[in-house]
Write a protein that binds this ligand. Structure first.
Ligand SMILES: [Fe+2]
Ligand SMILES: [Fe+2]
Length: 157
C-alpha cells in the first residue's frame, strides 16, 4: 500500500476517520512486530550480536504498541485490523536495519500527525497514549541509526 492510497488525513478527523487512521497505525505496528521478530533471529555475523538483542527488545515494545492502539480503536467503537503491512525480507543485515530505520521514520511522522489530530478532536487520553508510544519509536530510530553507524535522521513534518 503506498501513501497516496491511504486514508486522507484531515486536521480534525471525525471519529470514523480516526478509527481508519489508527487502523493504519495498527497495521504498521503489526509489521514492526513481525520484522523485529524475524530480523532479530536471522541477523548473522558476530558484529550484529548486540543489535540482534536490541531488535528482540523492540519486538516486545512493538507488541505493546499494537495492544495500546487496538484498545484505542475499540474505545472509539471501531474494529481493529488483523492485517499487517508487508514486511520486506533480505539476507543482508544492513538491508534489514535500513528497512527498520525507514519504517520507524515513517511511524514517527505518522504519530506526530496523529497526536495533533487527537488533540484537535479533544481526545486527550488518546494523545497521551500516542506520546508514550512515540517516545519509544524515537529510541528505536536512534538504536537503528547507531547500529548502522549513521546520525539519527531528522524527521520532516
Ligand atoms: Fe511501535
Ligand atoms: Fe518502533
Amino acid at each position: 500500500m503506498n501513501e497516496s492510497s491511504k486514508t486522507s488525513s484531515p486536521q480534525k478527523p471525525s471519529r470514523q476517520e480516526m478509527i481508519d487512521l489508527l487502523n493504519e497505525d495498527l497495521a504498521r505496528e503489526f509489521q514492526a512486530v513481525i520484522a523485529y521478530v524475524v530480523y532479530s533471529q536471522t541477523l548473522k555475523g558476530a558484529e550484529y550480536t548486540g543489535i540482534a538483542g536490541e531488535l528482540k527488545k523492540h519486538a516486545g515494545e512493538e507488541l505493546e504498541h499494537a495492544l495500546l492502539i487496538a484498545k484505542q480503536i475499540d474505545y472509539l467503537n471501531g474494529t481493529p485490523t488483523t492485517v499487517p503491512n508487508e514486511v520486506k525480507m533480505s539476507d543482508k543485515p544492513k538491508d534489514m536495519l535500513s528497512f527498520d530505520l525507514e519504517n520507524e521514520r515513517q511511524t514517527i511522522r505518522n504519530y506526530r500527525e496523529r497526536i495533533r489530530q487527537a488533540e484537535a478532536m479533544g481526545e486527550y487520553a488518546l494523545s497521551e497514549v500516542l506520546r508514550k508510544i512515540i517516545a519509544q519509536e524515537q529510541e528505536h530510530l536512534t538504536d537503528l541509526a547507531d547500529a548502522l553507524g549513521i546520525d539519527t535522521p531528522k524527521i520532516e513534518d
